[in-house]
Design a protein around this ligand. Structure first.
Ligand SMILES: Nc1ncnc2c1ncn2[C@@H]1O[C@H](COP(=O)(O)OP(=O)(O)O)[C@@H](O)[C@H]1O
Ligand SMILES: [Mg+2]
Length: 289
């Protein structure tokens, strides 16, 4: 089942000013329910503008956005609000939006606004905290006493607590050290597996997406250049490089080998496939597993 669709989605900033800019230009995407989609593209390619349309923070200049079959900008206001609740958006650097005096209150803020009862709010706070891998001992602390990475996890938990059908995260690993990045990305992967909800993860790094996503949307200059499975996108690794995208280290190694004259595949992005490819070359094409 399709959960998100855009039709000719176009967005222009600063219409009628000297700074008018077409940030999205006729974007058509379709996302299946339960899918984990990576959205990749260089800075300025339109990723944030695209996802801001999916829960109606931005209104299309042209085109349409459908969530769970409903037009986000339909005339029926009640339906529109209900539809927006289906999409949870974690902004870039979401930790700047923490403001409550305790971690508990911060995560509970969204569910409270949804007018849920105390027991349900409590359940959601604890479950979301578990999803982001934090212990309950932090619940009574001030969010401002936590480390940067921990604050970010609390902010993500606050959106997970809305239990959206679609969770969208804009560069959730940006600015973290490699350990912090891996931690956040694996938590999001587990959340996806456990809840079965749809996840859209925006990044400018293929490394963040390759091992997690089912499919990848590649944006360039406000347009969708590719929307395919991870394997199919990696078969076009040379195009990704030409677009200036960061590809995984292991892919670079195989592209270098190819350039040096070795007859190897270049659509490799996991250590496991790399190992198999090398073994099969060493044994003359006969892979042993
Ligand atoms: N509020 C804004 N006003 C004017 N131009 C903007 C605004 N936000 C983004 N843009 C421009 O729109 C284009 C797409 O930006 P954005 O969606 O933020 O890309 P990305 O998230 O891929 O970096 C860029 O050229 C950017 O400068
Ligand atoms: Mg952005």
């Amino acid at each position: 089942m399709e959960i998100i669709r855009t039709e000719n989605l176009t967005h222009r900033y600063g219409i009628g000013t000297p700074f008018e800019k077409t940030a999205l230009d006729g974007v058509n995407i379709s996302v299946r329910e339960g899918e984990y989609v990576g959205v990749i593209g260089q800075t300025g390619s339109g990723k944030s503008t695209l996802i801001s349309h999916l829960n109606a923070i931005l209104k299309p200049t042209e085109g349409k956005v459908f969530v769970d079959g409903a037009d986000l900008w339909s005339e029926n206001k009640a339906r529109r609000i209900e539809t927006r609740f289906k999409v949870g958006l974690v902004f870039q650097y979401p930790e700047y939006q923490l403001f409550e005096e305790t971690v508990y209150k911060d995560i509970a803020f969204g569910p409270k606004n949804m007018k849920l009862d105390e027991a349900e709010i409590d359940r959601r706070v604890r479950e979301s905290l578990r999803f982001v891998g934090m212990g309950e001992d932090c619940l009574d602390k001030s969010p401002f006493d936590l480390s940067g990475g921990q604050k970010r996890r609390i902010a993500i938990a606050g959106v997970m607590a809305l239990e959206p059908k679609v969770l969208i995260l804009d560069e959730p690993a940006a600015g973290l050290d490699p350990k912090g990045r891996d931690e956040i990305l694996s938590r999001i992967r587990d959340y996806h597996k456990e809840t079965g909800s749809t996840v859209l993860l925006v990044s400018h790094s293929m490394e963040d997406i390759a091992n997690n996503a089912d499919s990848i949307i590649v944006m360039e200059g406000g347009r969708v250049r590719m929307h395919e499975t991870v394997d199919a996108v990696f078969e076009r690794a040379d195009e990704l490089i030409a677009m200036g995208l960061d590809i995984p280290q292991i892919t670079k190694v195989f592209i270098d080998l190819r350039e040096k004259g070795y007859d190897v595949r270049t659509d490799i992005y996991t250590i496991e496939t790399a190992k198999r490819e090398i073994l099969s070359k060493l044994t003359g094409g006969a892979s042993r597993d």
